[in-house]
Design a protein around this ligand. Structure first.
Ligand SMILES: [Mg+2]
Length: 98
């Protein structure tokens, strides 16, 4: 679903979106997530501050953008995200972890 919407977005805006574009967009969205986090912690200029409810909504929206672009990147490159997570976080146990 996300991938289909992204393809529609690319077509609609006539964007030639290869890996370079996806990595740049991922970086942009990560920056937006960090900014939303800073705002949620009220560590920003007073005029940028939001209510707690709006700040959390903004934060989760930006997190969704980061996750969505990660998913699109893996799909565009025929990578199995579930397999990648499993290999990285489930199948290996860090030294000292009990
Ligand atoms: Mg965003």
């Amino acid at each position: 679903m996300i991938h289909r919407k992204f393809r529609h977005y690319k077509k609609k805006h006539q964007i030639k979106a290869g890996n370079d574009y996806l990595v740049m967009k991922l970086s942009e969205e990560l920056g937006e997530f960090v900014q939303a986090y800073i705002i949620s912690k009220k560590q920003c200029a007073k005029q940028k501050r939001l209510t707690d409810r709006k700040a959390i909504a903004n934060l989760t929206e930006e997190l969704a953008d980061v996750a969505s672009l990660t998913m699109v990147f893996t799909q565009e490159n025929d990578l199995d995200l579930e397999k990648i997570f499993k290999k990285k976080w489930i199948d290996t146990t860090p030294k000292g972890f009990k």
